[in-house]
Design a protein. Structure first.
Length: 531
């Protein structure tokens, strides 16, 4: 504003300050209020016209089609029956959100509930989802006009040159008070803000599925660790039982040695066999303690806090009915695939953002307020002291060194990258399922063979023990029978644990049933899976 014009306005304002009555100020305030409402209606109407007339430029997202395949595995397979426990594939059955309850282990249920409550990685993923949601809502705020209120007081001194006009009071000092309301609105004619919101919503979807993947990974890791602990405990029992047999045979050999029925070599061989069995125990006990520490850490606690529950196969059951989804539904159920798909959506929207940035940016703005040397007039919003402005602006980049063009090309390359990562996630998902399905088939075969081998080794060892008592067998035969039974017993335990573990991995490969979860408000819904 020109300084001379400003001084004239100040003079007129000061002259009016003393001549406006209270009634006049009230009438002026009413007129100013009605005028402000008219300006607000104009702003809203312009905003609606701009939004309705606008079109979102750039590519629209198209959901990828699922792979054209009718089978999850390369051949027909069935886990069958082994070690007294049967399994079968139940095609088309839905997977529960709390799939770990299928193991019928109360201790595992409590453990996972504790981890969901306290695990820091899960807390971090939940916070990341809240960040993504807040970013969406923040961007949505630009759909509405932006209001700003401002009040300022200025103390000034004018020139005392006698040729120049002076202030009405004759003093070179005066104060100006200004109260102002500013309204601005960016017309989303080409969909810039809509595309930005779309991209952020896709980012939020990606983060939501990353949260589900984190939850699923945590539950699977806990189940696998609990199964491993049960396996180690059973191996320790087998080692102790075998060591007990070794001690019985050693006592028998010593008795026969004292009776002169055998030599010192047979006693030494049996002592070595017992020592070998006993030295297997400390590494297993070490593994058990480390397994306990891992379980405690997964729940988000320190090792010193301990863990109440112990895990044992005696208190677990192998799930018999294994839900198997349709191949076309797998990509909608895997949280990692859904997160990759959301990244493709986000990358598509960011291309549209880059395109919209190359179009003109249109804005309208209005401001109004009062200005006076007396603060009472400013607060009364009297018409003689009011001012307002309405303006529109259009901005178009003419030349920027091809910056916007290169940003669009970068966004297009980002879409190619996201699409390739999505295809990789789909391939990995089908590979995981096929691997686990075939593994369950081989697990049952392995366990059946291991149990058969254990029974044969046990019968052989029983026969050798009778022959030792009768003095009809040498030390080498005894040692071979003991070693065979020792290895066969541990193999059965490990094969059983592998079968349990691969069952848990199958639930993970199928997506973990997140669409049936009810324990988190952020969990996606079943309808979202089918869109």
């Amino acid at each position: 504003m020109d300084r001379g014009v400003f001084r004239d306005d100040v003079k007129r304002s000061a002259a009016r300050d003393s001549g406006v009555s209270s009634r006049g100020r009230a009438q002026a305030c009413g007129r100013f209020y009605r005028r402000g409402r008219r300006y607000a209606r104009i702003m809203v109407s312009c905003s609606l016209i701009g939004a309705l007339a606008g079109c979102a430029v750039g590519p629209n997202y198209k959901q990828p089609l699922p792979p054209n395949t009718g089978s999850l595995a390369p051949a027909a397979i069935s886990p069958g029956h082994a070690a007294g426990e049967s399994q079968y594939f139940d095609y088309g059955k839905d997977l529960p959100g709390d799939w770990w309850r299928l193991f019928h282990s109360r201790a595992l249920d409590v453990l996972i509930a504790r981890a969901v409550r306290d695990n820091p990685d899960l807390k971090s993923a939940e916070a990341a989802l809240r960040v993504a949601h807040a970013n969406v809502e923040a961007q949505r705020g630009l759909f509405y006009p932006q209001f700003a209120a401002d009040f300022s007081s200025t103390r000034q001194k004018v020139s005392t040159d006698p040729i120049l006009p002076s202030t009405p009071t004759g003093s070179p000092f005066f104060t100006t008070h200004v109260a102002e309301l500013t309204v601005s609105y960016a017309l989303d004619v080409f969909g810039l803000n809509r595309r930005q919101v779309e991209a952020l919503r896709a980012d939020e979807d990606s983060q939501r599925f990353q949260l589900e993947a984190t939850h699923l990974t945590l539950a699977v890791n806990l189940a696998l660790a609990a199964i491993q602990e049960a396996s180690v405990r059973e191996q320790i029992r087998e080692v102790r039982r075998i060591a007990s047999i070794e001690r019985e045979l050693l006592a028998l050999q010593r008795k026969r040695y004292e009776a002169g029925q055998t030599g010192e070599l047979e006693v030494a061989v049996q002592e070595a066999a017992l020592a070998q069995a006993e030295q297997t125990l400390p590494p297993l006990q070490k593994q058990l303690s480390q397994q306990r520490d891992q379980l405690i850490a997964l729940t988000g606690h320190l090792p010193s806090e301990g863990l109440d529950a112990d895990f044992d196969f005696k208190h677990m059951a192998l799930p018999s009915a294994l839900p198997i989804t349709l191949p076309s539904a797998l990509v909608r159920q895997r949280p990692d695939v859904r997160a990759a798909e959301a990244n493709v959506h986000s990358a598509t929207a960011r291309i549209a953002v880059a395109v919209a940035n190359r179009f003109p940016q249109l804005t309208i703005a209005a401001n109004g307020g009062t200005m006076s040397s007396a603060i009472s007039n400013v607060l009364n919003f009297s018409t003689p002291y009011a001012f307002w402005t309405i303006a529109g602006a259009a901005s178009q980049v003419v030349f920027d060194g091809f910056t916007l063009e290169q940003k669009q090309r970068a966004a297009e390359a980002g879409l190619e990258q996201a699409a390739a990562q999505y295809r990789s996630a789909v391939v990995l998902a089908f590979q995981n399922v096929a691997d686990v399905l075939q593994a369950l088939d081989y697990d049952a075969r392995t366990l059946r063979a291991a149990v058969k081998g254990q029974h044969a080794a046990e019968a052989s060892l029983a026969l050798v023990r009778k022959q030792v008592a009768a003095g009809q067998v040498d030390s080498l035969q005894v040692l071979n029978a003991e070693q065979t039974y020792f290895q066969a017993s541990l193999t059965v335990v490990q094969a059983k644990a592998t079968r349990y573990a691969d069952t848990a991995l199958l639930f993970q490969a199928l997506g973990g049933g997140w669409w049936n979860r009810t324990d988190l408000d952020s969990a996606p819904k079943l309808e979202e899976k089918r869109t």
